[in-house]
Design a protein around this ligand. Structure first.
Ligand SMILES: [Zn+2]
Length: 262
């Protein structure tokens, strides 16, 4: 069952764009995705190599919007002042896919899906990007990747490779992708990222109500998908029961700070 890929805000096939496909995560059947973490030493340098290998694979196997795309231009405008967080250089790309989603990788790569951009206003999109940057700043992305790596692709250990990070095979990337999709952030981590997104919006002079409003939109899509009785979608969304709580938290913050709702 799909859950979150380094923080999935939501995941749904966006109807109405039939020419566009779902994002590729190279998911393969893995019977025991949650094996015990081996006592493997993984240096930061090795981690960085594996993160790069993974995001390179994702960029190669998903339809990245080119520089002339209106999606790319919009995202560039929105993120033009965002260079780094906690010393980690940020980079942004759009995947032209039907899933409504965005994710962050530990190396500062943030990928925003075109179908998410289709439904969100600029401020809402910036709030979601702020949330993703929060996961990078709080090292959630790094920790999730490390755990996924050690429980999937590297479950047999890397010591035999003499301490040097070995290139991942397609099969290993497949199991890593699955582990990442199945990995979840704790409620505490999600709250932390939501608060980061809220403060991020304020620091940019934007209305932080955009956090609650963007979650509200995702909830609406969730409900519409449920109403269509599409089992697969229901299954995906049944894993996001925390959306109500998150809407409430972000609403309460904005109300407490007497910020006018747009
Ligand atoms: Zn998140």
């Amino acid at each position: 069952m799909m859950r979150k890929f380094a923080c999935m805000l939501a995941l749904v096939a966006y109807v109405g764009v039939p020419a566009v496909c779902m994002a590729q995560f190279n998911l393969k059947t893995l019977k025991s995705a949650t094996k015990a973490v081996q006592a493997v030493t993984l240096t930061d340098a090795q981690m960085a190599e594996y993160v790069k290998e993974y995001i390179d694979w994702m960029d190669k196997h998903n339809p990245v919007c080119d520089e002339s795309s209106p999606y790319t231009k919009r995202l560039e405008t929105l993120t033009s002042s965002l260079d780094q967080v906690e010393g980690i250089k940020l980079n942004f790309k759009v995947y032209h896919v039907t899933d409504i989603n965005a994710f962050a990788c530990a190396d500062g790569s943030i990928r925003v899906f075109s179908s998410l951009m289709d439904i969100m206003s600029d401020e809402e999109l910036l709030g979601i990007i702020g949330h993703e940057i929060g996961h990078i700043a709080h090292k959630d992305s790094k920790n999730a990747f490390r755990t996924s790596l050690l429980t999937s692709a590297l479950k047999d250990g890397i010591s035999s490779q003499g301490g040097k990070a070995a290139a991942l095979t397609d099969s290993q990337i497949g199991t890593l992708g699955e582990a990442l999709v199945n990995s979840t952030y704790s409620q505490k981590q999600e709250k932390g990222a939501d608060d980061y997104g809220y403060d991020f919006l304020k620091s940019k002079g934007k209305n932080p109500w955009a956090m609650a409003l963007s979650f509200q939109k995702l909830k609406q899509i969730q409900e519409e998908a449920g109403a269509k009785k599409n089992n697969k979608l229901n299954q995906l969304f049944s894993t996001h029961p925390d959306l109500d709580v998150r809407i409430q938290r972000m609403t309460e913050r904005a109300e407490k700070e007497c910020i006018a709702k747009p």
